[in-house]
Design a protein around this ligand. Structure first.
Ligand SMILES: [Zn+2]
Length: 189
């Protein structure tokens, strides 16, 4: 499947599942050379078409109708550092963000979906969206855990293929929902 079609499908899936707003989130796929395919910064993410996807070289040059995502540095740093990473997904998962902001315990082995989807979850402190600091912190964190929660912001997942990265984002959100229900139920009983 064309990587541009895959990116459109992934962004629509994230929006349909309530894991990003129409102007939020981004995703990319490594190309067969020194470049990546990445989502644009301005187009509504739930109805992207393949022509909207940006081709961006690792030296920063890009081609497309719109500028690339404001987090494009983060994607570039990750591909340049980790040769095994072929896809990056960044969502604004609301329950995942809440669980990490509340400082609740997150154990991926508590839930089969998360247990098979990720070995661990890293955490990055609050940093400005689109900043070099955030890009560098996420790049360092995914070297330890392929799924990283960004405090007050969302989640980044990296993998060999885009659907594994998407699956981990979904699994972490479902685990977060279970953690929140469990904590609420415990307080009520
Ligand atoms: Zn974001």
């Amino acid at each position: 499947m064309d990587p541009r079609e895959l990116l459109c499908d992934v962004m629509k899936t994230l929006h349909d599942r309530g894991l990003l707003n129409v102007k939020g989130g981004n995703a990319s796929i490594r190309g067969k050379g020194n470049y990546m395919w990445i989502t644009p910064s301005k187009e509504p993410k739930h109805r992207l078409c393949p022509d909207d996807i940006i081709l961006m070289y690792f030296d920063g040059r890009y081609f497309g109708h719109s500028p690339p995502s404001i987090e494009s540095k983060m994607h570039l740093y990750i591909y340049k550092t980790y040769s095994w990473v072929n896809a990056v997904v960044h969502a604004h998962s609301p329950l995942t963000t809440l669980v990490f902001d509340l400082g609740l315990d997150v154990n991926v082995s508590d839930f089969v979906e998360s247990m098979v989807s990720m070995p661990c979850v890293g955490v990055v402190d609050r940093l400005p969206p689109g900043s070099d600091e955030l890009a560098r912190s996420v790049r360092d964190a995914v070297g330890k855990c392929p799924v990283v929660a960004l405090r007050g912001h969302g989640v980044v997942s990296v993998s060999k293929d885009i659907y594994s990265a998407l699956n981990a984002v979904e699994a972490l959100e479902d685990l977060s929902k279970a953690i929140l229900f469990k904590n609420t139920f415990r307080k009520l009983t």
